[in-house]
Every structure is written in structure tokens, then in C-alpha cells.
Design a protein around this ligand. Structure first.
Ligand SMILES: COc1cc(O)cc(Nc2ccc(C(=O)Nc3ccccc3)c(OCCC[NH3+])c2)c1
Length: 336
């Protein structure tokens, strides 16, 4: 097991749970609380000119406080590496959940899809677009709550969500026609397309556009034609068609999506979200931390609120808070 001095006494690294281009994600234990976390390890040399993306993602994640967006607890930077300590989603990938059940019922799909819509509507309301929405980036926590991950490609155009982007990114299978054509596009509109692919995958158990050859895949996406299996209700078909519109200007908007009849069926209200600017103050957690580090609870809270929200104190506070919300004891052992 590779050891990193920067993690010594704070986190014990365990198995690798994901690896991508320039990053690998390992399961780890936050030693003081015993809580599991995911640590995304990036080597600065292999990051190359993608280095600024890490800062962009960290900046975005400090702002994004939403129950269906995976939480960033801590960032550790050394001369050679970045470590992002992230919420561990023990339920694994939504994709595996769909495959294991072959496909999901309309009711179960709606439960998950409402959570995705809430997270994306929140993201867009803050001027961000995810740009890489795909089943692998949708995880589940232990209560099967959905968590969006990997904001490495997320963008916050400087002139706001309604200004055009050009960078081609994300995976072709879930990419909108305008994106694969290299046209200028709106992040919000490409996210809606990808959500249409996600909804189709939930309801059908396979993808609307799929092909081993990239040319055929592109041709299928640009045709906008896909199968509509017999089990799809007419309401489901209407919603998917509204999201998989080739012309981005004809595509349903995130606001219309929050109120769509398919989304609200069986629920009392449209999809909504809350803008949280800070995590909630919890006196039990603060007194537990105070007992260990000897500082007054009020001083710990003041430092937490003033901090950049990605230090060890923040990670410890949020992990203890999570333990409390799960009804577990707030045990904490002084770091070795
Ligand atoms: C904000 O959340 C982020 C940002 C980011 O840049 C990367 C990640 N990556 C993560 C985070 C957590 C997991 C995880 O908990 N996975 C897991 C847990 C139990 C069973 C199976 C998987 C993660 O998994 C990597 C594979 C996901 N495709 C990646 C989060």
C-alpha cells in the first residue's frame, strides 16, 4: 500500500474504488472518527495542464452544499499531489443498481430522477453546469439517496449559465448533438440532454444511443432516433422526447422539468432545492470536538465558519455530524 506522508495519522488508505485519467479514488478511514471516506488522489505531474481544473472543481464544491451532491470534506495539497477527501457513497453506482434489477419501475425511476433534477436545478441556479452527467457519476449512499459526483468538467461560464461554452468534454455516449458537432453550446442545455439519457437508462436498462464504433454512435445521436420499448408509458415517452430534442432551443428547460407532470405524478410538489450557505451548527458535535482538542466549542465554530471549509477541522466536524444524523455515538479518538 503506497503511503503518503500528508495523510499520516489522519486517514488510513484502503482499496482503490475508482480510477480515471489523472486520478485514482481510494476508500479510506478518517482515523479520529472511524468514518469511511473516498480520497481522490491526483499526481500533479500527470495532471499537466489539467491542473487548473482541480482548483475549479474545488472552488465549485466549496459552494455546492446540496443533499444530492457528494460532499467535499477536505483538500490536502503537497508539492507532488492533490488529495480530495470526499463523502463515501457506500451504495455504489446507480448504474449497477439498474443492471442488477434489469430496469427500474416508473415509480423507482421517478424517485431517483427527482433527486437528479433537484441537484442539477440547484447547480444551474448557481451558474454551474456539470457537463459530464452519466450513470457512472451518479452514486448512492447507504440509504439509497442519490449523489452526483465528479465535477472535474463542471463549468461556471464567467458571464453566467446562459453564456456559451465551446470546450468539448464528457463522454460521447451521453453527449448532446451540439457538443459532438463542436458548436457553441449552453452548459444547461447539454446537462438536460444527458439527463434525458440517464432517465432513459433508468426506465429501459440500456442506453438510447449506443454503438461500438464512434462514427455510428455519433450518427445515432445526431439522428435523435432511439427505440421506445413497449413498457414505456406515454407520459415517460413524452418526457424523454422533450429532453432528447436535437435542437437545444426546443429542449425542455430545467424549470419546466421541475414542474413536468411525469416528475410531479404521485408527489404533492414540484422538484425544489434549498440554497444552503453554511452547514448547520451542532452543539453535541462541537462539544465532542472541544473535549478532544481542548478549545472552546464557540472558538471551534468560529474557526469553522471562517475557514475555507476544506481543512481537517471541517472534515472532522462534518463526519461527526453525519454520525450523529445516523444516530451513532460521537466517539472520537485523538489522531495517532
Ligand atoms: C464531489 O464528489 C466527487 C468529486 C470528484 O471529483 C470525484 C468523486 N469521486 C468519487 C467519490 C466517491 C466514490 C465512492 O464512494 N465510490 C464507491 C463507494 C462504494 C462502492 C462503490 C463505489 C467514487 O467511486 C469511484 C467510482 C464511481 N464511478 C468516486 C466524487
Amino acid at each position: 500500500m503506497v503511503r503518503y506522508a500528508a495523510l499520516k495519522g489522519l486517514y488510513d488508505l484502503e482499496k482503490t474504488i475508482g480510477s480515471g485519467g489523472f486520478a485514482k479514488v481510494k476508500l479510506a478511514t478518517h482515523i479520529a472518527t472511524g468514518e469511511k471516506v473516498a480520497i481522490k488522489i491526483m499526481d500533479k505531474i500527470s495532471l499537466g495542464d489539467d491542473l487548473p481544473r482541480v482548483k475549479l472543481e474545488v472552488q465549485a464544491l466549496k459552494t455546492l452544499l446540496h443533499q444530492h451532491i457528494c460532499r467535499l470534506y477536505q483538500v490536502i495539497e503537497t508539492d507532488s499531489h492533490y488529495f480530495m477527501v470526499i463523502e463515501y457513497c457506500s451504495g455504489g453506482e446507480l448504474f449497477d443498481h439498474i443492471v442488477e434489477k434489469n430496469r427500474l419501475s416508473e415509480t423507482e425511476s421517478r424517485k431517483f430522477f427527482r433527486q437528479i433534477v433537484s441537484a442539477v436545478a440547484y447547480l444551474h441556479s448557481l451558474g454551474y453546469a456539470h457537463r459530464d452527467l452519466k450513470p457512472e457519476n451518479v452514486l448512492l449512499d447507504r440509504e439509497e439517496n442519490l449523489k452526483l459526483i465528479d465535477f472535474g468538467l463542471c463549468a461556471k461560464p464567467k458571464n453566467g449559465i446562459d453564456s456559451h461554452l465551446q470546450t468539448s468534454c464528457g463522454s460521447p455516449t451521453y453527449a448532446a448533438p451540439e457538443l459532438i458537432l463542436g458548436k457553441k453550446y449552453l452548459g444547461s442545455e447539454v446537462d438536460i440532454w444527458s439527463m434525458g439519457v440517464l432517465l432513459y437508462a433508468l426506465l429501459c436498462g440500456f442506453l438510447p444511443f449506443d454503438d461500438n464504433s464512434i462514427e455510428n454512435l455519433y450518427r445515432k445521436i445526431l439522428s435523435g432516433k432511439y427505440d421506445e420499448p413497449s413498457w414505456l408509458s406515454s407520459s415517460s415517452k413524452r418526457l424523454i422526447r422533450a429532453m432528447l430534442q436535437i435542437d437545444p432551443k426546443k429542449r425542455i428547460t430545467i424549470q419546466e422539468l421541475c414542474n413536468h407532470p411525469w416528475i410531479t405524478a404521485g408527489f404533492l410538489n414540484p422538484v425544489s432545492f434549498v440554497h444552503k450557505t453554511n452547514f448547520e451548527k451542532d452543539d453535541d458535535v462541537l462539544s465532542t470536538m472541544s473535549a478532544i482538542c481542548g478549545e472552546h466549542a464557540s472558538d471551534i465554530w468560529r474557526k469553522l465558519v471562517k475557514s475555507d471549509r476544506t481543512d481537517y477541522r471541517t472534515a472532522t466536524y462534518l463526519l461527526l455530524l453525519d454520525r450523529k444524523l445516523r444516530g451513532l455515538s460521537l466517539r472520537i479518538s485523538p489522531s495517532a
